[in-house]
Design a protein around this ligand. Sequence first.
Ligand code: SAM
Ligand code: SF4
Ligand code: FES
Length: 355
Amino acid sequence: MDGNGEKRADWRPLVDELEARRALSVPDYGRLVSCPDPALDEELARRAREARAAVYGDAVFARGLVEFTNVCRNDCLYCGLRRSNAACHRYRLSADEILACADEGHVLGFRTFVLQGGEDPFWDDARLCELVRALKAAHPDCAVTLSVGERSVESYRALREAGADRYLLRHETATPAHYAKLHPPALSWENRMRCLRDLRALGYQVGCGFMVGSPFQTAADLARDLKFVEEFKPEMCGIGPFVPHRETPFAHEPAGSAALTCRLLSIIRLIHPPVLLPATTALGTVDPRGREKGLLAGANVVMPNLSPVAVRKDYDLYDNKICTGEESAQCRGCLARRVESVGLRLVVDRGDFKH
Ligand code: SAM
Ligand code: SF4
Ligand code: FES
């Protein structure tokens, strides 16, 4: 048997088992993650596209992202918004500015708004609940997704009662020792997991996720991330490459790879076919065709930026972030064309998880 044949013989039974059982052992996930054969990527992507089409057809869902504050009390080592970054120019949009972004987004065809920000103490429960209520009153046909980090169960309950439908909280890594290398001691893996459990119990559609190629990450860590996704079965899963930021302790670490990110997107689609899976801005940052490649690997969500252009450069999570100069309508049009270029369709729809 030639070398290629041997490689093929290695991975094919694993891919068959993954598709049949929607599960693998942690060591077998590790084998898929570290296999050097690019033919594996093509096969995983082909099967992931089939799995996606069986649930969602050719529809891709748009989420209008409003980056409403870059003030953060936390100090995650990888993030440009960390509180130790004194060079970050801080801003906070007013409720009226946020509602104006949503109004513009609604005209552009968005039916989900994602409010994302740092852990900003100004946005306490009273203020954030009032904002969610105002948003739902203005656009009752839309879903509201929050992505504002770790809060108490009482806070998550109040926000849910105010009308929030979904919550994005990446688990960041399923390996506690790895979590401790990415975060200061004040942040714990246990509390992150507690938050995800609380959100699920409160009836949110929940998104977990992780960075690909974050510092200290091993194939075994990624294998545990895949096992976590298999067991937690999130409604959404946000994965994108790590990208360094010049003002963080990880400034000189290499960025994560677009190819490995795409391979993981395909595996996650095969683990959990109905999952809503974004082709992220970070993927578009490390590769100019990253989001198209993500869609071809099984992603079915895009998240164009709806934030006012005046603040976009300040939501500076990592270096060279794309879409910081474009108007909302430009991003929407640009992404619609990119989606069409890979044979899919950007739809006007809330894009709820299909059971
Ligand atoms: N503060 C909230 C939180 O941490 O959950 C929401 C906003 S936070 C900026 C959203 C996500 O950005 C994080 O979960 C993290 O995975 C990602 N992120 C932060 N820094 C990054 C970097 N340097 N490269 C890629 N992704 C990054
Ligand atoms: Fe703050 Fe989120 Fe950045 Fe951590 S990842 S520093 S919580 S904005
Ligand atoms: Fe923003 Fe292309 S998506 S300019």
